[in-house]
Design a binder for this molecule. Structure first.
Ligand SMILES: [Zn+2]
Length: 84
């Protein structure tokens, strides 16, 4: 089972690592980090699909990005945990 936020999809691998891919292109495209400016022209940290240019995530700081992605990975992991 895959988890999804903001167009970003998390695929669990057999090793337990969660792989982030584009929600549209799936396995065909891995997100790349990028910078952008929001509507207030403030710098934002992005994850973008290089294939379809869909923004997969946007954060005001690297710390916020890291915290969000950790939380997302934990959700994907929980979805795929075998039920006992
Ligand atoms: Zn894509």
């Amino acid at each position: 089972m895959i988890g999804q936020i903001d167009g970003l999809t998390g695929l669990p691998s057999s090793k337990g690592t969660v792989i982030f891919v584009c929600g549209k292109c799936k396995r065909d495209s891995l997100p790349v980090p990028a910078f952008g400016a929001d509507t207030q022209k403030r710098l934002v940290h992005l994850l973008v699909c290089p294939r379809c240019l869909w923004i997969l995530g946007e954060w005001p700081s690297l710390q916020a990005k890291e915290a969000d992605l950790q939380e997302f990975a934990a959700k994907v992991e929980a979805l795929n945990r075998p039920r006992s």
